[in-house]
Design a protein around this ligand. Sequence first.
Ligand code: AMP
Ligand code: ZN
Length: 492
Amino acid sequence: MTLRLFNTLTGQLDPLAPSDGKALRMYACGPTVYDYGHIGNFRTFLQIDLLRRYLKLTGVPLRHVMNITDVDDKIIRNASEAGVAIGEYTARYEQAFFEDLESLRIERPEQLARATEHIPRMVELIQKLAAAGAAYQTEDGSWYFRLSAFPAYGKLSKKDLSGMEDGARVDVDEYEKDSARDFALWKAAKPGETSWETPIGRGRPGWHIECSAMAMEYLGDSFDLHAGGEDLMFPHHENEIAQSETATHKPFARHWMHVRFLLVDGRKMSKSEGNFFTLRDLLLKGYKASAIRLALISVPYRHQLNFTFDGLTEATNAIDRLRTFRQRLMEGNFASGGNPVLQAAAQQAQVDYMAALANDLNTAEARAPIFDLVRTANTAIDQGQLLASDRDAILAVLASFDAVFDVIEDHDAEPTRRALEWAKQAGRIADAAPELLARQSLTDEAVEALVAERTQAKRQRNFARADQIRNELVAKGIVIEDSKDGVRWKRK
Ligand code: AMP
Ligand code: ZN
């Protein structure tokens, strides 16, 4: 089913399909690698991951490019405070970013592009703008984009820019003023700062030119989709459009997707507000990566999401329900044949699930039929009415749910292990939840030995010892289940 996705540029739901009939060419603004990402950043990357996965599930090939901003004001400041070269400084946070993506099971784009590796391409673009009279150099050697050269400025954010002052300039990377200004394309080198010697002078690129240059390098002058968080719409994306379309006289991206913010107590989660959690903070508190993923994607991208710990607990419980149900299907013995009622229920759930995602990636609506199916099927199993081909049909629905949501298959051990490893090295182990440390201290072999000892104790009718072992294991996050086929255990 073709996805209908809200397009900020047209203000309506537009079908999204590859315009060249081959692959969907998309660009997403990536991280500035000056620190660990917070879960607000990751909400945006998660929602873009959902988009990727839905497109792949419906057979659309992708060419997804994401930039890594590895030079900007904050990076230069922090690296110089740390007394290291910016490359050394950013390498650490870039690696942390990739680890966090992996923990949250966010797929890597087909193409990553570091800003510092594309300087010549940016310089060429600035030269082109200068030749067209849309870029000018100031006395200190910096280059600015002349906003008056692009009358369509503001068409994405639909801001009223009537108060725009001709020739007023801005050169910091981050500014949130509602007024538009000529913006920096190239910043002249200041003493002691990282800079590049180029035909337009010694200096470094502004933030906006990066994305234009790298998007066009890998995707061509015009491409299908551009995505990012809602804060990037203005001025960053407006500036990208202005630079690119002035240089090429062609439409830049056809479709624009903006993910709304993750909030805390009604305010944007952000570094500067100090109200943020990193992924590592939450893993150390004992939350599972899958629960964080589900909590951040269950509210559709066009709605702001208020972060709460209750939300994480709800997601944890929802995942437990799904995993237990799937286990029940896989391990149960079901008579052959199919129950028409369950066959129809599975088919309907699949149709409703796909339709909800096709409708502007409505994840909240997409979850509902899956959980309804779990309820119906659990009742049918209780009543002995679920048959082998019903199981197969339902497992297939769960598989397509997991192709996008990716929370049922359990990959939670590694992110937690990695977070603890990191905490030890970063001197943050005191932040780890005591249960988490206790849980981690028991190896699989130790658990097996205790489980065997408990079985032995029960056989000898030493129930006191058997209960004591069970309680000890429970305290360390190990759940034991006695079944006909013996004892099973798992980590909570
Ligand atoms: P940055 O590393 O600051 O450049 O941001 C990376 C991405 O995260 C951008 O697409 C931002 O728009 C997005 N972002 C930043 N804060 C939030 C938030 N609180 N909620 C959702 N997305 C955010
Ligand atoms: Zn960008």
